[in-house]
Unconditional design. Structure first.
Length: 309
């Protein structure tokens, strides 16, 4: 059992090193397009664990459970059960005989919430889909119980720029103690940026933040692209190579001791920005400039958990 706990944020909550059983509020509830990532280890002597997407968190009466995801390891044929608890009664269970989890192994599970069903992938492979039996809008609580070591839980948005995509989204694991994520953090972009490429950053704002900067540099170490969050005046802006500031006219979504997700989508003519799943417009850049960018650098009052480029 893990003994350390961390807090979560309202806009893109993520928690690490949980004690099980673990119950948390899903701020803003669930909606189509959201994704929950569960990263952990199945103990060698595991019998079963469950992940419940609940309609409330009361003990008495027991809340409805819109989605009950229950891997079972102790039977002669390990399997997964999905079900729904409504008004104190379990409905007909759905069973998957092939269990894509193994005792003693680490895992990365993604719960993707579509319009009419939940899709689940395990370690990057699609595993099951489960149609909703209760409205997804009623879900506001996540409960994790049983034989499981939880390393990280993330409440994430799939790429907000993709419309009508059919591919399963990629979940990039949280690297909880990696020296490669120490700030300032640098990543090489060997081929520059090209249309369709997405840069993803996930992290935690420190308790007394001053600023947060994301910059892209070319081979001559010039910085044609800078995104800066200032906590003193609560502004988010693009900074030109000459120091000119272009404010992003949107709510300031960075908060001390809360998690964030930044997405940059490269497209012909510039970069589109999303923060915590909300599109915040674009900045214009010539395609030749984008192709010459060779380094991503992150600095400031943040702790990083995931950098993907």
């Amino acid at each position: 059992m893990m003994l350390k706990t961390e807090s979560f944020c309202d806009d893109c909550p993520c928690t690490v090193h949980h004690v099980v059983p673990y119950v948390t509020t899903i701020f803003g509830g669930l909606r189509a397009g959201k994704m929950v990532m569960l990263q952990g280890v199945v103990p060698l002597a595991a019998h079963r664990f469950q992940v419940d997407f609940q309609c409330g968190c009361s003990m008495h009466p027991r809340p409805d459970i819109a989605i009950h995801f229950n891997p079972r390891f102790h039977t002669t044929k390990p399997h997964v059960i999905c079900n729904t608890l409504h008004a104190g009664r379990w409905q007909a269970e759905a069973r998957w005989p092939r269990l894509a989890l193994q005792r003693g192994a680490s895992f990365l599970i993604l719960f993707l919430f579509a319009n009419e069903e939940m899709k689940v992938s395990v370690n990057g492979q699609h595993f099951l889909h489960y149609p909703y039996r209760l409205p997804l809008s009623r879900v506001d609580t996540l409960g994790i119980f049983g034989d499981i070591l939880v390393k990280a839980v993330g409440f994430l948005n799939i790429n907000p720029f993709v419309e009508g995509g059919s591919e399963y989204p990629v979940g990039h694991p949280f690297l909880l103690t990696s020296p490669r994520l120490e700030v300032p953090c640098s990543r090489v972009l060997p081929r520059g940026l090209w249309p369709g490429q997405v840069i993803i950053l996930r992290g935690l704002v420190l308790p007394e933040p001053k600023d947060f900067t994301l910059s892209l540099r070319d081979e001559a170490a010039r910085i044609p692209v800078t995104l800066r969050a200032s906590f003193a005046d609560r502004t988010l802006a693009w900074i030109s190579p000459w120091g000119q500031k272009k404010l992003i006219l949107a709510p300031f979504l960075f908060y001390p001791k809360r998690f964030f997700e930044v997405l940059l989508l490269c497209q012909e003519g510039g970069l589109k920005l999303a923060l915590n799943g909300q599109g915040l417009g674009a900045t214009s850049l010539d395609q030749q400039v984008l192709e010459r960018l060779r380094e991503l650098r992150i600095s400031g009052s943040v702790q990083l958990y995931c950098v993907h480029s």
